[in-house]
Ligand binder design. Structure first.
Ligand code: MG
Length: 373
């Protein structure tokens, strides 16, 4: 029995300021995710209903089952109508909003089974909140016992949904139209995961779904204290008779922090990313490197969420400069200052730090990333 998924991708993207359907989230777009879940749920053919804006994108999409791309219409019902025309010959049509791209594949299967048995299968959630009708004056609490929120997919016997679309005018969803012409749709238990990505809040919800547990990295660096160099720690120039020797500005605190961040994100280390054999990095402000590190992390769909560091330094006293360091680091990493910690300790005259030969720093970073779901 052939089952065709009609994926509605023609919706306007203006509400979020970018195209929510074709912008990758953890490497895959909402359209790719929705196409995959329809296939996993039992569709053996797809019709992708797009817009002028995303037609080229849809044509280039690779799919595990045969698929057709058609242009949608001004209204949702026009898009469904065009999709149904292209699905000609199937027995069950599964209509799905591409923006509901985290719908469990099990829900698709359940809708298809329901359509086989009852003629229709409409994903719907019982309403748990109290629902009121008010215009600011009148106020009525509705009995929620028989109230549902419909979602998609909505699956129907092909011939019947085509007849419904032929005989009825537009409606907010396919189930409403089916009701007018064919009969009462059969509901299938829905899922909060079938949420439609419409607002920025929905987009953040989707990102949160894909977030991994925090990953932790450590970093360590040490530089020699010499005369004739500036002492720069955490981007703060500290008045002192000596400074740290290095190819860059030798900001040992930032270097340890970069290694901690790279360690958490498994991106290698500072020497690999910014080799000291590269003339571009001669004398460079290490804050530039820190910002580049944060960018590298973001490009991997990850973000730094917290850093902590300890500087081992006998002299000079660093306490007066700690807050300025934290401000610099927070600004470069895009973090609130409460998530950036810097501490300093002497080594009580012991070790090379204690004898004033060098300054070293230890750092820890937490990174969260998006994972494939
Ligand atoms: Mg270094």
């Amino acid at each position: 029995m052939s089952v065709t998924g009609i994926l509605l991708c023609a919706g306007s993207a203006t509400r979020m300021g970018f195209d929510k359907l074709t912008t990758p989230l953890c490497g895959r777009t909402a359209i790719e995710r929705s196409a995959a879940l329809l296939i996993a749920g039992g569709c053996d053919r797809l019709v992708l209903v797009g817009s002028a804006a995303n037609e080229a994108y849809l044509n280039a999409l690779s799919c595990a089952v045969p698929h057709t791309v058609v242009r949608g219409g001004a209204e949702r019902s026009d898009s469904v109508r065009n999709g149904l025309a292209a699905a000609n010959g199937c027995e069950i049509a599964v209509i799905h909003d591409a923006a509901r791209c985290f719908t469990p594949a099990d829900c698709v299967t359940a809708c298809i089974e329901s359509a086989r048995t009852y003629g229709s299968g409409v994903l719907a959630m019982a309403v748990r909140d109290t629902v009121v009708r008010t215009d600011g004056t009148a106020y009525e609490t509705l009995d929620r016992t028989n109230l549902y929120r419909t979602q998609t997919p909505q699956a129907f016997r092909y011939a019947e949904i085509v007849r419904a679309y032929a005989e009825a005018d537009s409606a907010t969803d396919d189930a409403a139209l089916y009701r007018r012409v064919v009969g009462v749709p059969h509901l299938v238990p829905g899922s909060e995961a079938a949420r439609k990505l419409t607002t920025a809040e929905d987009w953040n919800w989707a990102k949160e779904r894909l977030m991994t547990y925090p990953k932790i990295g450590t970093g360590f660096d040490i530089h020699r204290l010499v005369e004739g160099r500036k002492l720069i720690l955490g981007g703060v120039e500290i008045p002192y008779e000596k400074g740290l020797l290095g190819h860059s500005d030798a900001d040992v605190l930032i270097h340890a922090m970069i290694d901690a961040i790279m360690g958490a994100a498994a991106l290698g280390d500072i020497g690999k990313a910014f080799p000291d054999s590269d003339e571009r990095y001669r004398g460079i402000d290490s804050r530039v490197l820190l910002r580049e590190t944060a960018d590298m992390v973001r490009k991997q769909d990850m973000q730094v969420v917290q850093v902590d560091a300890t500087i081992l330094c006998q002299r000079p006293k660093l306490r007066p400069y700690i807050d300025a360091m934290r401000q610099n680091l927070a600004a470069d990493l895009g973090l609130a200052e409460e998530n950036v910690s810097v501490k300093a300790t002497t080594t009580e005259g012991m070790n090379d730090e204690g004898r004033g030969f060098c300054i070293s720093a230890h750092a820890v970073a937490q990174v969260r990333g998006l994972r494939e779901s």
